[in-house]
Design a protein around this ligand. Structure first.
Ligand code: MRU
Length: 384
């Protein structure tokens, strides 16, 4: 079976049973290099080192990396186990994959569902590996379909609320084909707006220091899709909103949305939501329901990943000669802060529900009940 994110020109995840290849996002935008992921150990490494990133992509690469292992290097070993032991082996590998990154709930949601599938197969004396691989493949396909629905629903919502002739939006981090199985969430809405009859006038996107997912990855996706766009410093957004009232909405993705709508997303999202409110613009969170953590009443319980302070103390890029020559790409970190200074580097922050206009999922667009400051996503999903 061969599945890939054919919804987009960019393919971050390529799966053709039993082979998994991922686009190395550490080399983008200057080199498009695929890496073969043969095992859960490879998957764990690719996620922890950010060769693959973005909440939905992390979950799918984790799931498929173990599928590749079960059809490859562990095939013989697992074939000799009874169904109980095969299920226990798979669950142990899933527990290991769960330690790769802590904040995006999609990974834990996928692991919970995959464990249920293998336990069920073991109880019924079914083919545990077959059941696992089919379920992992179904996650890849579902994510593409979910993102297309998010794109359509979000684009409709933004268009309905937009006043004036021009429509511009701003986004943060990277939430496109590279961060998902295809199309993207917030960037999927932008893609859908651009492809709609009345095209989007312009997109602004923030560089997203310190990892530069905006400057490197969103820039690349927007170029490939030929969507008119301008990069701004994270610190330029308030000035930009004040100068251009046709920027109607800020659209972002999510790593984990609590029941009340509090949303963990890339660091800097919270301050964007504050400035959106101050300037009277919509602040829209786009996320598949796999990013909603119904076990969490609020964002207070979300574990925020802290990354190395070196990411803040330095600026990472690529040696310009190696980029221009098209030869071997050389990554280079340039020290900015003086030696001896410390830095705090949380990878995500939590935006309170109060600042969020709507949560766009594949199942519908959720808003707060009149006069309330929080969403009731449990109820909203139950009402569908
Ligand atoms: O650290 P990253 O690059 O994995 O962070 C990505 C984000 O914060 C995205 O906005 C989020 O995962 C949604 S991707 C559809």
């Amino acid at each position: 079976m061969s599945l890939s994110n054919s919804a987009s020109k960019l393919q971050a995840i390529r799966w053709a049973r039993p082979r998994l290849d991922i686009l190395d996002q550490l080399l983008l935008p200057h080199a498009s290099t695929y890496i073969d992921i043969c095992s859960s150990a490879d998957g764990h490494r690719a996620i922890a080192t950010m060769q693959t990133r973005g909440a939905p992509a992390i979950a799918i690469v984790a799931a498929l990396s173990l599928a590749a292992e079960l059809l490859g290097s562990s095939r013989e070993k697992v074939s000799q186990l009874n169904t109980e032991a095969a299920s226990a082996f798979i669950e142990e590998r899933l527990d290991f994959l769960a330690t790769s990154r802590p904040t995006a709930v999609n990974l834990f949601d996928a692991i919970r569902k995959l464990k249920a599938v293998v336990r069920n197969a073991a109880t019924n004396n079914d083919d545990v590996v077959g059941a696992y691989v089919s379920a992992a493949e179904a996650m890849l396909a579902a994510d593409v379909a979910d993102n297309q629905a998010i794109g359509r629903l979000g684009a409709e919502f933004i268009r309905q609320r937009a006043t004036g002739n021009e429509l511009k939006v701003l986004t943060h981090c990277n939430t496109g084909a590279l961060a998902t199985a295809g199309h993207g969430t917030a960037l999927g809405i932008i893609r859908s707006l651009h492809n709609s009859e009345k095209s989007l006038d312009h997109v602004y996107f923030s560089e997203t220091r310190p990892y530069n997912q905006g400057a490197r990855l969103t820039a690349y996706e927007l170029l490939v899709e030929e969507i008119p766009a301008t990069l701004v410093c994270d610190s330029a957004v308030s000035a930009l909103l004040r100068s251009d009232p046709s920027i109607r909405a800020i659209v972002v993705g999510a790593d984990r949305v609590a029941r009340n709508g509090d949303t963990a997303n890339k660091i800097g999202t919270y301050q964007l939501a504050i400035t959106a409110k101050f300037h009277g613009r919509d602040f829209i969170v786009a996320a598949p329901t796999t990013s909603i953590d119904l076990d969490l009443a609020s964002g207070a319980g979300i574990v925020i990943e802290e990354r190395s302070q070196d990411e803040v103390l330095t600026t990472e890029g690529y040696d310009i000669e190696s980029v221009l020559s098209g030869g071997e790409l050389k990554r280079a970190a340039v020290r900015v802060a003086p030696v001896g200074v410390n830095a705090w580097n949380p990878s995500f922050d939590v935006t309170p529900a109060d600042l969020i206009t709507a949560v766009v999922t594949e199942k519908g667009v959720f808003v707060k009940a009149e006069g309330t400051k929080e969403f009731d996503l449990l109820q909203s999903l139950a009402n569908l």
